[in-house]
Ligand binder design. Structure first.
Ligand code: NAP
Length: 465
C-alpha cells in the first residue's frame, strides 16, 4: 500500500492528482475490453482527449475498423490488457464477466473500471462491481461512467450530462479514475467505497426521484378543481335546466382550473416553512429533527414552485387564446344585439374597467416575478448567488409572487362573492376555495389587501351616490 501511494496515478502523468493529464497523441495507453457501443464512444472521447486507446475484442479481425477513430488499436483481449499502462475499462455486460477470468494474471495490479448498470431497482443483490472485484481480487476495481450514455460520451463536453459518480475501495485507483474523468471533461464525484456501487448502478434507472410527490399533488389538485368546476357550471346546469355548456370543457374550464391549481401549489411552497416554524416554537428549539413528512415536503418546494409556474404559463396562454374562440365571437355579437335592442349607447361600466385593469396588471406582475423565481431555481443561475441573495430571491420574491397572485384573484373576484348568484347549487365560486390556503400562508397581508379593496369599492359607491 505504501508503494501504491508513490506510484503515479497514470503512467506518464505527474504524481500530483490535481495536475492535468497530458493531452498529446503520445498520452497514456488506456485499454477497453469489448468492442460494442459503449467501447466505441469511450474510445472516441479518450482519443479526442489525447489518450492512446487499445480495444480488446474476442475476435479483433471481425471488427470494422472504420467504426473506431484513427489511432485506436484493436487487438485480442489479452494483448489489450497487456498494453494498458494502468487503466482497463470492462465495457462488457456483467453476465459475461466470468468469460474474462483467463485475464486475471494480466489484470493483476491494474485499475479495472466497471461501467455496467443495474437491470432493476432494489434487487438487494450484490452489485456488478462487487461481483467483478470478487472475480479479480488482485485488480483494483473502480465503479464509474455508467451514468454517462454512449451518446453523451460522443456528444462532447458541451452537450450531454457531465456528472460521473465514482467509487472504489482503493483510494489511489479511485483518484486515477477521478483524474481521468476530469481530463475527459466530466465532473467526477467521489461517492465513497465499493459498497456504494449498487446505488451508482441503479442511478440510470431512477425516474425523476424528487418529482413524484409534487406531480401527484398537482394532479390531484387539478382533478379536484376541474371536477368541481365541471360539476358547478356544466353538469348541474345540464341536469337542472338542460343547458348544454359542454363545449366549455376544453378551454374555459381548463383556464379557470389552472390558476386555482397554480395558486394552491404556490401556497404549498411556503406553507411548510410556516409549519416548520410552528414546530420549532412549540418545541422551543431548532435542534430537533422535523417529522419525516415535513422534511420531505420542505425538500420538494422547488418542484412544487416549478409546477405552479407551469400552470401559470398555461393559464396565460389559455387566457390569450380565449378571444380567438368562436364562442367568444358569438357571445360578443349576442351582447351587442341585446344592447342595441335595449337602446344602450355606451355599455362601459367604470368599475368593471378598473376591475379588469387591476387584475390583469397584478396577474402580469405576478407572472413576471414567478418567471424570475423559476430562472433563479436553475442550479447554474442559483450558484452565482450568495446565501443572502438566494434567500432574498426565493423567499422575498416568492412571497411577492404569492401576494400578487392573491391580489390578481381578489380583483378578479371583485365583489361577486357577496351576491347569492355566485352560489348556484350552494357551491361557492372556485376562486374562493383556491384562496383558502394562500390566505392562511399570507394571513395578515390578505386582510390588508381586502381592506384596501373594500375602501376602494366604498369610495366608488360614494362617488356614484
Ligand atoms: P454491446 O454493444 O452489446 O457490447 C458489448 C461487447 O461486449 C460486445 O461488443 C463484445 O465485444 C463484448 N463481449 C465480451 N465478452 C462477451 C461475451 N461473452 N458475449 C457477448 N459479448 C461479449 O454493449 P454496450 O452498449 O457497449 O454496453 C457494454 C457495457 O457498458 C454494459 O455493461 C452496459 O451496461 C455499459 N453501459 C452502456 C451504455 C450505453 O449507452 N451503451 C451506457 C452506460 C453503461 P467483442 O465481440 O469485441 O468481444
Amino acid at each position: 500500500m505504501q508503494n501504491d501511494m508513490k506510484t503515479p496515478l497514470l503512467a506518464g502523468a505527474a504524481s500530483d492528482a490535481s495536475e492535468p493529464l497530458p493531452r498529446c497523441p503520445g498520452g497514456p495507453v488506456i485499454s477497453i475490453i469489448g468492442s460494442g457501443d459503449f467501447s466505441r464512444s469511450l474510445a472516441i472521447r479518450l482519443v479526442a482527449c489525447g489518450f492512446r486507446v487499445v480495444v480488446g475484442s474476442r475476435n479483433p479481425n471481425r471488427i470494422d475498423r472504420g467504426l473506431f477513430p484513427d489511432g485506436v488499436d484493436i487487438r485480442s483481449q489479452k494483448e489489450a490488457v497487456d498494453s494498458a499502462e494502468r487503466v482497463v475499462f470492462a465495457a462488457v455486460y456483467p453476465e459475461h464477466y466470468y468469460t474474462l477470468v483467463g485475464l486475471r494474471r494480466q489484470l493483476a495490479g491494474k485499475v479495472l473500471v466497471d461501467v455496467s448498470s443495474a437491470t432493476r431497482l432494489n434487487s438487494g443483490e450484490q452489485s456488478n462491481a462487487e461481483k467483478l472485484a470478487e472475480l479479480f481480487p488482485e485488480s483494483r476495481v473502480v465503479k464509474g461512467f455508467n451514468v454517462i450514455s454512449a451518446w453523451a460520451l460522443q456528444a462532447g463536453v458541451h452537450d450531454g450530462s457531465r456528472q460521473v459518480l465514482i467509487c472504489s475501495d482503493c483510494s489511489t485507483s479511485k483518484d486515477t479514475v477521478l483524474q481521468l474523468a476530469r481530463s475527459m471533461g466530466f465532473s467526477p464525484m467521489d461517492v465513497g467505497g465499493l459498497c456504494q456501487s449498487r446505488d451508482i448502478e441503479e442511478a440510470p434507472l431512477i425516474l425523476f426521484p424528487s418529482w413524484g410527490g409534487p406531480i401527484l399533488t398537482t394532479f390531484i389538485l387539478f382533478l379536484f378543481f376541474y371536477g368541481y368546476n365541471s360539476l358547478k357550471h356544466i353538469l348541474l346546469p345540464y341536469l337542472d335546466k338542460g343547458q348544454n355548456n359542454f363545449h366549455q370543457l376544453p378551454l374555459v374550464t381548463m383556464n379557470e382550473t389552472l390558476p386555482a391549481v397554480a395558486l394552491v401549489t404556490l401556497a404549498l411552497v411556503y406553507l411548510p416553512g410556516l409549519v416548520a416554524a410552528v414546530f420549532q416554537l412549540c418545541r422551543g428549539t431548532k435542534y430537533k429533527r422535523f417529522p419525516r413528512w415535513l422534511d420531505h415536503w420542505l425538500c420538494r418546494r422547488k418542484q412544487l414552485g416549478l409546477l405552479s409556474f407551469l400552470c401559470v404559463v398555461l393559464h396565460a396562454v389559455y387566457s390569450m387564446c380565449l378571444t380567438l374562440r368562436r364562442a367568444a365571437g358569438y357571445t360578443l355579437l349576442n351582447a351587442a344585439y341585446h344592447q342595441v335592442k335595449a337602446d344602450v349607447e355606451n355599455s362601459s361600466v367604470g368599475q368593471q374597467v378598473w376591475r379588469s385593469d387591476l387584475y390583469l396588471s397584478c396577474g402580469i406582475l405576478g407572472f413576471g416575478v414567478l418567471t424570475l423565481l423559476a430562472i433563479t431555481s436553475l442550479p447554474s443561475v442559483g450558484n452565482a448567488f450568495n446565501w443572502r441573495e438566494f434567500t432574498f430571491v426565493q423567499s422575498g420574491l416568492g412571497y411577492t409572487a404569492l401576494t400578487l397572485s392573491i391580489m390578481h384573484t381578489l380583483f378578479f373576484g371583485w365583489d361577486f362573492a357577496f351576491f347569492p348568484v355566485a352560489y348556484p347549487y350552494y357551491l361557492p365560486p372556485m376562486y374562493l376555495l383556491a384562496l383558502i390556503l394562500p390566505c392562511i400562508v399570507l394571513g395578515p397581508w390578505v386582510v390588508i389587501a381586502q381592506f384596501y379593496i373594500s375602501c376602494f369599492l366604498y369610495c366608488q359607491y360614494l362617488i356614484k351616490a
